[in-house]
Design a protein around this ligand. Structure first.
Ligand code: NAD
Ligand code: AKB
Length: 314
């Protein structure tokens, strides 16, 4: 029987990963942990308040709940990280190290931890970016993601601790808001479009980035969690791809459903976007654990519009 803890479980991805895991393993076997309190604790119980900067508490919780698997989602994302790099270092790098140490000391069976396309930098090839390539990010978030990937490999080879992860592109979803990233525009824009309000985009109209719809993001991390270890050459650094588009292309697709006005006022986040790839080669994930996405831009937009209309009562 699996006993799972999801750190950062109240965030954009946790809000959808937790119900998926609970359907599969039973509500009581999936514990949500986060530094902030949920709006309504009954909705998410079992819930614990946990700061991943506190290794002792992580170990205490693992023992108390008999945890064998950790989905480690707690993080400070790229844009927020550039506003407070010291916080990003502590949560993302010290927090990741704490999770690994706690996992090692308590013989945890598996740790799943997302990396990001933010692991890449300006010297990385921008199109069809290979899995194994130059990793010289210029954001603290990106530095923390490369560090996490390398620590995962180190703990696997040194201690046999099974740590796995994918490099997520920007994730688009309608249930919970994104938490302070460079790709957040691709979620925000839907709310403005559907309410008929003018949207001011913080990226240039031609800023093409790799993106993925939430159902594929959940599919990827849970598929990798179950892949036979012997098939894996990579560990916590799998490229995965689904779609790539620019703000202008997204606007054109949304306008097939609803008309709205957009202006472009690039801010500090444009520089971050400029350092990331436009498209991703995910052949290693396809070969090693059978990855393939279900959604492209057209099917994602159709589903977002349908679900958000319902959510907003439109
Ligand atoms: P999010 O910002 O929506 O959620 C992160 C959660 O972590 C929040 O609920 C926050 O309260 C919590 N948190 C922050 N500091 C904490 C601390 N010290 N201790 C415990 N919890 C803390 O992020 P997300 O989008 O759900 O991302 C989850 C993971 O996926 C992260 O590792 C992120 O880097 C990665 N990722 C996300 C995306 C994306 O587009 N959403 C893309 C690539 C990678
Ligand atoms: C961000 O923009 O910071 C995230 C990511 C791609 O890691 N969405």
């Amino acid at each position: 029987m699996k006993r799972i803890i999801v750190t950062g479980g109240l965030g954009q991805i946790g809000s959808e990963l937790v119900p998926f895991l609970r359907d599969k393993y039973g509500r009581e076997n999936v514990i949500v942990a986060d530094i902030r309190a949920p709006e309504n604790v009954e909705d998410v119980e079992p819930f614990i308040t946990l700061d991943v900067r506190d290794e002792e508490k992580i170990i205490k919780v693992i023992k108390e709940y008999n945890v064998d698997t950790i989905y480690h989602l707690a993080a400070i994302l790229s844009a927020r990280g550039e506003q407070n790099p010291q916080l990003a270092f502590n949560v993302n790098i010290v927090g990741m190290h704490n999770i690994l140490e706690a996992g090692r000391k308590t013989n945890i069976e598996r740790i799943m931890v997302p990396s990001s396309i933010a692991a890449f930098g300006p010297e990385t090839p921008k199109d069809n970016t290979p899995n194994d390539t130059v990793l010289k990010p210029r954001t603290m978030y990106g530095v923390s993601k490369v560090t996490g990937e390398l620590l995962a490999l180190y703990y696997w080879e040194k201690y046999g601790l099974d740590v796995r992860g994918v490099r997520y592109p920007g994730i688009i979803s309608w249930k919970a808001p994104p938490g302070g990233g460079t790709t957040d525009y691709a979620v925000e824009i839907f709310y403005y479009a559907l309410k008929g309000e003018k949207y001011t985009c913080f990226l240039r109209e031609d800023a093409t980035l790799p993106m993925m719809y939430m159902p594929d993001a959940i599919k990827a991390i849970t598929m990798l969690a179950e892949a036979p270890s012997d098939n894996l050459v990579h560990r916590a650094d799998f490229n995965i791809a689904a779609m790539s588009f620019s703000p202008k292309e997204l606007v054109e697709e949304i306008r097939k459903y609803v008309d709205f006005e957009v202006e472009y006022k690039p801010d500090y986040r444009q520089k971050i976007a400029d350092s990331w790839p436009r498209s991703i080669d995910d052949s290693a994930a396809r070969k090693e654990w059978g990855w393939n996405p279900d959604y492209d831009m057209a099917s994602m937009v159709k589903d977002m519009v349908k679900n958000l209309k319902k959510k907003l009562g439109l």
